[in-house]
Design a protein. Structure first.
Length: 139
């Protein structure tokens, strides 16, 4: 069995953002040379997420509104976590809802998606550098 590791780095100017990273993950699969296996894509920060869904702008706005209604950023005093001097208590909760990672099968050297599926990096406490791990294993 072979394995391949690659990191992607992000620094979004917005506090909340969704970035389609499918092309970068597809590139990593190609670089790996693995034809049959699994691809893990993992947000390495506790205020960011990786998830799979449709690349449709209205859906992304719906996500932002829905997440903000579940865990509003302000007032920051509502979160006990923010007593540590942080202001990102909401970002931790949003990450928990959206998930930490995805695993996609690799078949015949390609990501084996269902219709409309794409991989996204979700940022909930932007304006600083964060990374995503891609780990591919297989033959």
């Amino acid at each position: 069995m072979k394995s391949y590791r690659k990191e992607l780095w992000f620094n979004t100017p917005e506090r909340v953002a969704f970035i389609n990273i499918t092309p970068e993950v597809e590139k990593a699969v190609k670089e790996s040379g693995i034809r049959e296996g699994l691809c893990l894509v993992n947000a390495m920060h506790i205020t960011a997420s990786v998830f799979i869904n449709d690349d449709e702008p209205g859906l992304h706005e719906d996500y932002k509104r829905w997440l903000e209604s579940l865990a509003p950023h302000a007032p920051i005093s509502q979160y006990l976590h923010n007593r540590t001097g942080e202001d990102n208590g909401d970002a931790h909760l949003k990450r928990q809802v959206m998930g930490r990672e995805v695993v996609v099968a690799i078949t015949d050297g390609r990501l084996d998606f269902g219709p409309w599926e794409q991989i996204f990096y979700g940022e909930f406490d932007g304006r600083r550098r964060k990374r995503v791990l891609i780990k591919i294993i297989g033959e």
